[in-house]
Design a protein around this ligand. Structure first.
Ligand SMILES: [Zn+2]
Length: 276
């Protein structure tokens, strides 16, 4: 008995997603330091400058479409790599304007930030995103309704299941393509002074992610990997992701898809996908 029914009798789904934060999260969280710390800015600029293209080449080698969630600030300040993501045929989703952790915003501020990011994606890239990933996976109780009101098909920021599910709102259900901390590169690879983070050996991370994938595959689950170009654009980590996909392809019945593909499938299964 399948716990969740996937298209073409597949046993599980797998999504590679990349959050192209660049300097935006740092600008939001530490605006004063961001005025002077070239070191912190450059660490993050590695993403759009080097990481994005390296990841695009990897995805091209693997013949895979991925989902890139991009803050408005990144689009405005790093337009060329964002256009290369779009032109390579990958999905582009919304990811805040200046990577605002919405737990620090009230509803009116969050509405304004939502409008700003959508205007930038439309004006600069000609994209009306189907999906949203909240910066820092921070979601307010009113956020799902705001997403519905702005025409989003799905959100990919919550951890309440490991197959697609729905969040009820006054404007109808919002499809959730769930994430989880195990499959985020930041806690494993990102060096942060004063935290307990260690820089993980890619072999250890391969073991962690491939073990989680194999177990999720048996559970008919939706494996959503979340990586950041400024973190996982480093050479050994791009190789790790490529090795992981090759490992996953050895299991029969994995549907490699974008977040939007998964959300569309879920919507079709539960009645026509509603998008305003
Ligand atoms: Zn982010």
């Amino acid at each position: 008995m399948m716990r969740y029914r996937w298209p073409k009798r597949n046993q599980s789904a797998a999504v590679l997603s990349f959050d192209v934060d660049a300097e935006s999260g740092f600008l939001f969280r530490e605006p004063e330091k961001a005025k002077r710390s070239l070191a912190d800015l450059e660490e993050r600029r590695f993403g759009p400058r080097v990481g994005v293209d390296r990841l695009l080449r990897m995805l091209d080698r693997l013949k895979l479409r991925a989902t890139f969630f991009i803050p408005g600030w990144t689009v405005v300040n790093h337009l060329a790599p964002c256009k290369r993501i779009r032109d390579a045929g990958h999905e582009i989703g919304a990811h805040g304007n200046v990577h605002e952790a919405v737990g620090m915003l009230d509803e009116a501020q969050e509405k304004r930030v939502m409008a700003e990011q959508l205007a930038i994606l439309k004006d600069q890239l000609g994209v009306k995103p189907a999906g949203y990933r909240s910066p820092s996976w921070d979601v307010n109780v009113w956020t799902p309704a705001l997403l519905k009101q702005n025409g989003f098909l799905y959100d990919s920021s919550l951890m309440g299941n490991d197959v697609p599910y729905e969040i009820a709102t006054a404007d109808g259900p919002l499809i959730e393509v769930p994430v989880q901390w195990i499959m985020d590169d930041a806690p494993l690879f990102r060096h942060v002074y004063g935290s307990t983070n260690a820089i993980a050996d890619p072999a250890r991370v391969f073991n962690l992610w491939s073990t989680e994938f194999a177990a999720m595959h048996k559970e008919n689950a939706c494996f959503v990997l979340t990586c950041h170009p400024f973190i996982s654009g480093r050479a050994s980590r791009v190789r790790l992701i490529e090795d992981l996909v090759k490992f996953m392809r050895r299991s029969p019945g994995v549907w490699f898809a974008t977040c939007e593909d998964v959300a569309q499938w879920h919507g079709t299964e539960r009645g026509p996908a509603k998008r305003r």
